[in-house]
Design a protein around this ligand. Sequence first.
Ligand code: PBG
Ligand code: ZN
Length: 328
Amino acid sequence: MFPTHRPRRLRSHENLRRMVRENIVTTSDLIYPLFAVPGDAFSQEVKSMPGVYQLSVDKIVEEAKEVYGLGIPAVILFGIPTEKDTEATGAWHDHGIVQKATEAIKKAVPDLLVIVDTCLCEYTSHGHCGYLEVGDLSGRVLNDPTLELLKKTAVSQANAGADIIAPSGMMDGFVKAIRSGLDDGGFEDIPVLSYAAKYSSAYYGPFRDAADSAPQFGDRRTYQMDPANGTEALKEIELDIAEGADMLMVKPALAYMDIIWRVKAATHLPVAAYNVSGEYSMVKAAALNGWIDEEKVVMETMMGFKRSGADLILTYHAKDVARWLGHS
Ligand code: PBG
Ligand code: ZN
């Protein structure tokens, strides 16, 4: 017998497919990550991330212009300092690398939004995301002393001209601490994009090459989330919302699309998905081998994030996606 219901009726012509399409990817969805390093005229490709570079401030300004020209509304900045110490001085110093890069980008391209990652792991000598008792080799990050450093970091980043603060260290109470620091400093209007549900993930491997931020001992499982847990992500976002987060992030993205979906369903705030370094590197490796069609695979993945409920996508593919969408 012939079927009564024929979903194929609506797939017969591209214009019909366009008419019934439920989701769309645009450049407005994209946030491009950038890595700032000290020096001049310096540009070095990250070995495990083809197409991604560590850039000195002058080069990052050029890159920012290109990104803006492609119609991408925002970048997120990470910094690699000259020196690392137990206090993460490079994170909160007024002349820190991210502060300098922020100032330079805002001066050259005022309308490109600068989101700054607010964490300590790139700046601590041990590579953990917070403050450790001096001499402690167990990697047990002290929560509340870390909050004080994060607050200082966020305020110095705001002073440098950052448009959005994005705390990523998964310390308890970090949104509240940063919010109060910003408010006291006169930055009531700067939004906080919280890395609310950030999992302890092997997909961060290539990023740790790019940001030189691998922990020297131990791992991040005492602060980042256990990949086995889904409901716990809802607890994390509930706390961050109560503490004043304006936007929420789920990270990584690909193996956690159920979390993106659940977070979106549980909140009225904008949700961002971080398509992390390892997810990028896998696609790049396969594409460079000629094993997949890079454009089609990446665009399908972006659509997957939108369909999962993400409003924003942080991705190293952002410039390519903008070009594939017809921008130049
Ligand atoms: C650190 C931080 C990480 C990423 C961004 N900020 C992860 C980590 O080292 O634990 C990962 C980004 C990526 O993999 O692309 N707080
Ligand atoms: Zn960190």
